[in-house]
Ligand binder design. Structure first.
Ligand SMILES: Cc1ncc(COP(=O)(O)O)c(C=O)c1O
Length: 466
């Protein structure tokens, strides 16, 4: 059986397997910022798996932490017990946060965390005398996960439409995109204008029916949208004014990715409920957490007869092996000050990519914070008009980059890079060089507008770079 036949028997997330099978990517090993496939082709993992392998691949300390715990206790019945590693991790996690966060519930995936956060918000209002609040506000173009409520809160039609009708009570807000505001105002008025739209939505929906607002501090799926200055504090103020809980989905943005332990720190805006995942275990185990501010947590503390506990959980939540790895990951993040490296290397990456603009005028905007970097393509700089979707600029550049040994994420109008936080300057420069060449490949292939108008450079089958 060929690799092609093998992969047709599985489903890779979000991908059409018919085309994936034509050019499958089957990874076998990793080392530092690189991974290798079954054909022995090495790639820079420009996305840290999916934003989680922040500490690189083949990390012995994380592997050892997991192996040691596997020998001691691999599973602690999550419906009747917790475990020593989980308690240590909660302590470590809360120790990184302001004292107002008093409880963390450990789970195994990002969707479990956001789903739980929204349930907690609804239940909180029910047991604090505000049972009429059930609506959840979120942004268009966001992604909050694959489970029922998480999909309902997510904001791209392509992920929602196949599963509609989704749960009711989910209301979407404009993406706070400073590069493409849907109105014509001076840059300094963009945040206030988006906030006015949010306020109007809150008023028209009736604030007394709204339980929570969930947002990523930097909206990755929206196109690495860094909200304009003042937007997140403005959301905080609106939530406070209207009795709405603010949930931050920091599944991607926490644990150094943006150059601080939490994006909330950078934006000086703290939510009532904080969801973290991905980088929490460096991608070495499924691990996530929902962290509650005191007033939220307190509403779940009561007599058994009151039934105010959180009526939900997951088999692998607070798994001791995942928690042991999480502890080791946090130790390494702090010890090596990887948040600082994310700032330095992220700045270097953005500067390098901006430097490519002269040679590759399709690059319309390079943005992001720390090592979460987005590149948006434009057909025209003055109007910021996009190429037609069929031109598939982003995905063609992604494919050309893969041929040259770099994995990244793309849509037809964007590229996203989020390499491991352990990356060094020379490796950042290597990424810039590959992208330069990949853009050149796509430009050379034709007019850049017609799909398949030429072929990009033949597969280079990169060997193991030194
Ligand atoms: C911002 C955000 N929230 C939630 C999720 C869901 O996480 P998971 O895939 O671990 O369920 C993701 C996944 O990429 C994400 O990017």
């Amino acid at each position: 059986m060929t690799v092609h036949d093998d992969v047709t028997r599985t489903m890779v997330d979000f991908l059409q397997m018919k085309s994936f099978a034509d050019d499958p990517l089957v990874l076998t090993d990793g080392d530092g910022i690189r991974v290798v496939d079954v054909e022995d082709r090495w790639y820079i993992d420009g996305l840290s798996g999916t934003f989680c392998a922040s500490l690189g691949h083949g990390n012995a300390a994380l592997a050892d932490a997991g192996a040691a715990q596997l020998r001691r206790l691999a599973m602690a019945a999550p419906t009747m017990a917790t475990n020593d590693r989980a308690l240590e991790l909660v302590d470590r996690l809360l120790g990184l946060l302001p004292a107002d966060y008093t409880v963390a519930k450990l789970l195994s995936g990002g969707s479990e965390a956001t789903e739980s956060a929204m349930k907690i918000a609804r239940q909180y209002h029910k047991q604090t005398g505000d049972a009429g609040r059930y609506k959840i506000l979120s942004h268009y173009r966001s992604y909050h996960g694959a489970t029922g409520h998480a999909v309902a809160a997510s904001g791209w039609p392509v992920w929602r439409a196949p599963y509609e009708p989704l749960a009711g009570g989910f209301i979407h807000l404009h993406t706070p995109d400073p590069f493409r505001p849907p109105f014509d105002v001076a840059p300094e008025a963009v945040a206030a204008t988006y906030l006015r739209l949010v306020e109007e939505t809150i008023e028209l929906e009736d604030p007394r029916t709204i339980a929570a607002l969930i947002t990523e501090p930097v909206l990755m799926s929206a196109g690495v949208v860094v909200p304009p200055d003042g937007y997140l504090p403005g959301l905080r103020a609106l939530c406070d004014r209207h009795g709405i809980l603010l949930i931050f989905d920091e599944i991607i943005t926490a644990f150094g990715r943006l150059g601080a332990m939490f994006a909330a720190e950078l934006f000086r805006t703290w939510p009532d409920i904080l969801c973290v995942g991905k980088g929490l275990s460096g991608g070495y185990a499924p691990l996530s957490a929902v962290v509650l501010a005191r007033r939220v947590a307190d509403a779940f503390w009561g007599e058994p007869r009151d039934l105010v506990q959180f009526h939900s959980g997951h088999t692998y939540g607070a798994n001791p092996v995942a928690c042991a790895i999480g502890l080791a990951a946090i130790d390494q993040l702090v010890r090596d000050d990887l948040a600082a490296n994310a700032v330095a290397q992220g700045d270097r990456l953005r500067a390098g990519l901006r430097g490519l603009r002269e040679r590759h005028p399709w690059i319309g905007d390079v943005r992001g914070l720390g090592l979460l970097v987005g590149v948006e393509f434009v057909a025209d700089h003055a109007s910021r008009a996009r190429f037609p979707a069929e031109a598939a600029i982003g995905t063609r550049v992604r494919d050309a980059a893969r041929r040259r040994g770099l994995l990244l994420r793309a849509s037809h109008w964007m590229l996203v890079l989020a390499p491991p936080l352990t990356i060094r300057a020379a490796e950042v420069d290597e990424i810039i060089g590959i992208l330069d060449a990949a853009l050149g490949d796509v430009e050379a292939a034709g007019d850049g507008l017609a799909p398949g108008s030429g072929s990009v450079a033949p597969a280079a089958a990169p060997g193991r770079p030194r």
